[in-house]
Design a protein around this ligand. Structure first.
Ligand SMILES: Nc1ncnc2c1ncn2[C@@H]1O[C@H](COP(=O)(O)OP(=O)(O)OP(=O)(O)O)[C@@H](O)[C@H]1O
Length: 247
């Protein structure tokens, strides 16, 4: 979708480098409807930011704007250069009809990892995803939780500094969810900036450092996880946390 938004990779001199991402007045229209409506948000270069809000608020679209898959009609997207190209994990993993190992090797090749370094990194990724035992298994024979761990490891193949997770546990049971949450925390602890879209408020409270609340294409609130859950400032966030239907 063509747009006139400015996507800047190199923030101007004087920009605070502890800022990882800065979105200013992002507007996106689709079929005459406003999907993102002057959305502004500044995020640090570290930690796990939870992106929460009702259905249709624009969370997934916002992740796609950050990847460059969707170009807004106007506004400025600034991503600090050291965060590089983001990696994305979806709710439903789309894997190659090949083995676990082949899926990861393919990702390493695409990421430009030189052939001699691939087997070492492959072994690391298998350990990270706890899939070493299943390395030769066809990806389609894995359980849902294992498939999502594979998708997560595949996203790490490019050594991203920015990882975007779009409801990565929405189809998983509690044990598989816990494994993805562990992986997420470990990834963030290694210095990767993570943005985590979730509908599960308890999960957001467990996993995230700060919360950006989206409503009708705008960030109506951005606060530390404790402030947000203890004392939400906006009416919309209060209703959302009470479980009210937000229309
Ligand atoms: N690729 C796209 N380009 C433009 N608009 C889109 C695109 N995909 C979805 N939309 C529209 O953007 C609006 C927000 O959708 P989005 O999927 O971002 O919401 P969401 O907050 O992630 O909701 P949910 O929690 O239900 O997944 C919807 O009206 C949707 O139709």
């Amino acid at each position: 979708m063509p747009g006139d938004a400015q996507i800047l990779r190199f923030p101007p001199a004087g920009t605070d480098t502890s800022e990882g991402i800065r979105l200013v007045d992002i507007c996106l229209q689709r079929n005459g409807e406003s999907v993102l409506d002057k959305l502004s948000l500044t995020l640090g270069e570290k930690g796990i930011t939870g992106l929460i809000g009702p259905n249709g608020a624009g969370k997934s679209v916002l992740l796609r704007v950050l990847t460059g898959l969707i170009s807004p009609n106007s506004g400025v997207v600034q991503i600090a250069p050291h965060l590089g190209d983001p990696a994305l994990v979806f709710q439903k993993p789309v894997l190659l009809r090949r083995s676990v190992k082949a899926n990861l090797t393919h990702a390493l090749r695409i990421a430009g990892v030189a052939k001699p370094a691939r087997s070492g990194r492959l072994a690391e990724l298998l350990v990270i995803a706890e899939l070493t035992r299943q390395a030769e298994a066809p990806a389609r024979t894995l359980s849902g939780g294992e498939q999502q761990r594979l998708a997560f490891a595949r996203a790490l193949a490019s050594n991203p500094r920015l990882l975007l997770l779009d409801e990565p546990t929405a189809s998983l049971d509690p044990a598989a969810t816990a494994a993805i949450e562990r992986l997420t925390r470990a990834t963030a602890a290694s210095g990767v900036k993570v943005i985590f879209v979730t509908h599960d408020r308890a999960q957001a409270a467990r996993v995230c450092d700060d919360i950006a609340f989206l409503h009708k294409g705008r960030v109506t609130e951005h606060a530390s996880v404790t402030s947000f859950f203890d004392a939400p400032q906006s009416r919309a966030a209060r209703h959302y946390l009470q479980g009210d239907l937000l229309l």
